[in-house]
Design a protein around this ligand. Structure first.
Ligand SMILES: Nc1ncnc2c1ncn2[C@@H]1O[C@H](COP(=O)(O)OP(=O)(O)OP(=O)(O)O)[C@@H](O)[C@H]1O
Ligand SMILES: [Mg+2]
Length: 363
């Protein structure tokens, strides 16, 4: 395994820039996700690392080695694509063995490595089947087996789970993470699913329009987003954005507040250290562990809040919502850059009491 250094990488197709001066240092044994909306350049950057696309500017190193003039097959990097790209006429055994045969390794080594990968991925009983005789999840595992069988220096995966149904996706992502930790693999994982990126990654590189927005661990990206783009891309439902004037006179509209629905809960008496907002409950969406509440503010703005149990609330009633000030992001309205969290209230405004619901949410 090896570290990957991406330095000042730009890529244009013709005159259209797709990657703009990206810098990323992926550590040896690290799991990094490239996360961003469709068309932001995730796959292009992955293909640049694999050598399937040339760089317009910048360098990519694998360990100490500059990959500049190294052809894809000599980079010792394995790629898993979204559609798995298994050979339909080959059995599972031959699919997994394929990269080893290309290296002309002795039959005994091939057999040993295939047995190792098959055992790791629970594919022993399927080795003599053809890909057509496998489920989506099994095909995905064969594709991973084929990628890791030759001990690559890095494993690159481009949306490998997007063809699977929801429950299988959750199972497979756990398997991928366990495998990565067990083998100490350096993995770059492309996804546009923010939850998948959060769950899997040591660090997430959030991209937009070919520009790196933030590169940090999942909870930092969630709690301290670099800007409003990152804040709105991470977390579901999306963060609420409100004018700075709603901070009780502490800020003006050159600032924008960002409040996550999960931090915003109904309260009977505003807790001391909270931002409070009043509105009318318009819709209740129970989702099991939490319920989402659509709340309409006086100016017509619709925001989302949450509660643990909605059974005492009725649409049309007025709610006071509270969020811990430390969890409220403050953004510069003009640039969208996060400037910090909402400061605690001054001492003389500490008058409220902590409600049960707010206590339950730790505020
Ligand atoms: N060979 C190409 N020639 C011209 N433009 C291309 C080429 N490949 C990709 N692009 C453009 O580059 C941009 C980035 O594409 P890329 O495939 O990297 O996006 P992505 O982030 O992987 O998106 P998705 O989530 O949809 O897979 C897109 O606007 C795309 O149209
Ligand atoms: Mg892509």
């Amino acid at each position: 395994m090896a570290a990957i250094s991406i330095r000042n990488v730009s890529k244009s197709f013709g005159l259209t820039p797709v990657l703009r001066g990206l810098d990323l240092e992926v550590a040896d044994g690290e799991f990094v996700s490239f996360l961003g909306p469709s068309g932001c350049g995730k796959s292009t950057l992955l293909f640049c690392i694999a050598g399937l696309e040339d760089l317009t500017a910048g360098t990519i190193h694998l360990g100490e080695r500059d990959m500049g003039h190294i052809p894809p097959r000599d980079r010792n990097i394995a790629l898993v694509f979204q559609d798995y790209a298994l050979y339909p006429h080959m059995r599972v055994r031959e699919n997994i063995a394929f990269p080893l045969h290309q290296q002309n390794l002795p039959a005994e080594t091939v057999q040993k490595q295939v047995a190792w990968a098959a055992e790791l991925l629970g594919l022993e009983a399927l080795l003599d089947r053809s890909p057509a005789e496998l489920s989506g999840g099994q095909r995905q595992r064969v594709a991973v087996g084929r990628a890791i069988v030759r001990n690559p220096a890095a494993l690159l995966m481009d949306e490998p789970l997007s063809n699977l149904d929801a429950s299988l996706r959750v199972r497979m992502r756990t398997e991928i993470k366990r495998l990565q930790k067990e083998l100490g693999l350096t993995v770059i994982f492309v996804t546009h699913d923010q939850e998948e990126a959060m769950v899997l990654s040591d660090r997430i590189a959030v991209m937009n329009a070919g520009v790196l927005q933030q590169f940090a661990d999942p909870m930092t990206v969630y709690r301290e987003p670099a800007n409003q783009f990152v804040a709105s891309f991470i977390g579901s439902p999306q963060m609420n954005f409100l004018p700075g004037t709603m901070a009780g006179g502490a800020l003006d509209d050159t600032k924008t507040l960002g409040v996550r629905p999960h931090d915003l809960v109904p309260t009977r008496r505003a807790p001391n250290d909270a931002l409070t907002i009043q509105g009318t409950l318009s819709l209740i969406e129970p989702a099991g562990p939490v319920t989402f509440l659509d709340v309409t503010l006086a100016d017509g703005t619709l925001i989302k809040a949450t509660c643990a149990d909605p059974r005492t609330y009725r649409p049309g009633e007025t709610l006071t919502l509270a969020a811990p000030r430390a969890n409220v992001c403050v953004f510069d309205t003009a640039s969208g850059v996060r400037t910090g969290a909402l400061a605690p209230p001054s001492d003389d405004s500490l008058v409220g009491h902590t409600s049960d619901e707010a206590m339950a949410h730790g505020i």
